[in-house]
Design a protein around this ligand. Sequence first.
Ligand code: AVJ
Length: 318
Amino acid sequence: MTGRIGFSASPFPADGFREDVIAGLSLPQKTLPPKYFYDARGSALFAAICRLREYYPTRAELALTRAHLAGIARFAGRGGVLIEYGSGAGVKSRLLIGALAPSTYVPVDISREALRGAAAALRRRFPRLDIFAVHADFSRPLKIPALPGRGRRVVYFPGSTIGNLTPREAQAFLRRTRAQVGSRGAMLVGVDLKKDAGVLHAAYNDAKGVTAAFNLNLLNRINRELDADFRLNRFAHYAYYNPTLGRIEMHLVSLARQQARIGRTRFEFEAGETIHTENSYKYSVAEFRALAKSAGFRGEKVWLDARGRFALHGLTAN
Ligand code: AVJ
């Protein structure tokens, strides 16, 4: 039998780019949401980041997934419904689908192109798999339409993308996911571990300046899509590890006193003032388990890479 392929768009909230940008830049600490990094150029730059020598998370997560695939599959169970937050374009998704042999695979992504590309590629690779792509912003409350597949629901959320959320937001997000998978469900979530600040610093301040280009591209996107006039050479990438809060913070620092216009709205920048563009929280195993517990999950399993840099948590509903 051949697998079916479906596509569904939930009422789409990602068109709030202009509103989100203007609201964020109106705050005392100017802020922009990191989900807007990923236009075509931003996605290409992120792919380049993942290949950098200094950026260990992608390789560490892939290595641990390969090393522990059988155990991960035993935990998640075979033949259920695998829901991935993200497009499923990566090697890790293919490994997991191969090992779990789900009846239905449900990628959820904000990018329609990424979803279509990934679904088409997966269909060639797994011709009997039912693929039900959902075009939605998984960072907001999400309605996954009645699924054709039966069996246990497992949400896969790799890449430490959960680190973009504050612990409070992550807790709310995990609660919603817990409701989504039901009382027999589970979650596999990739989480970057706390580690030497120098290693963290290097990962977000690479020598080739790819992370800087990724950060600055957000202003480029605002210029292009929102009729704005940010001068990219008057802003600089700044990223550092905040050990008290356990997070990398990325900022764009204004190199001079200046103004920028978005449509008809003007924004003033002091010299040295920053736009906070991203947080990337790091959690020890115990910290993340405590967070998961506060959201109704039990931290049942955890797998690490050989060098102890990155964790994949196996959570069950309880
Ligand atoms: C995709 C959010 C996991 O926080 O490490 C990489 C994004 N930003 N380099 C991360 C990112 C700068 C990445 N996440």
